[in-house]
Design a protein around this ligand. Sequence first.
Ligand SMILES: [Zn+2]
Length: 201
Amino acid sequence: MDAVERLPSTQGPAPGEKQYASLALVNTEFALPGGLYDGLSDADAAHEWLRERGLIAARTRVGADGIRRLLVLRDTLRVIFTAHDAGERPTEDALGRLNRTLATAPGVRELTWTEEGPALTLHHRAGAAIDVALALLAEEAAELLTGPDGAKLSACGARGCTRLFIRAHASRRWCSDRCGNRVRAARHYAGHGRAVTRQAP
Ligand SMILES: [Zn+2]
């Protein structure tokens, strides 16, 4: 494996990131043996991420406080997702922060009448763009945890990798082929290590 391949930023999205922006948000920061990677390292990167996810409009500018709150939500979701994966209860602090984020732009439902009859439409209360974006991320995270994919939310089993992913099947333990290969290579070397030890006097 050469140095370029080990750069964490070359890692593709983990399974589940495409469906769940909240999971993708958590995974914008992760450690790999190659180092720590932060996909939201400055305001421009954060804007780009929010735009790519359709969470803010192209021309929306988010203030420094909004970016800081996005990073706080990322940390909060990591605490909650990790606790869930471990079968534990998240801290009250993290739960409180998530619920306060939901409350900043709560969903408002409206009954409308179409040609087919009554329909229920979900609107978001008018507010700062970042409030709505953060509330949408928090809502989606809550839906992920309480929905059928909640039980499939997992931490990558490769040592040193801190990414989370949605397991497509029960035996999947790694967030990427690269992590799986790394684990297999480590086992291979460990096996050689033991063989050498056994031969020692
Ligand atoms: Zn991994």
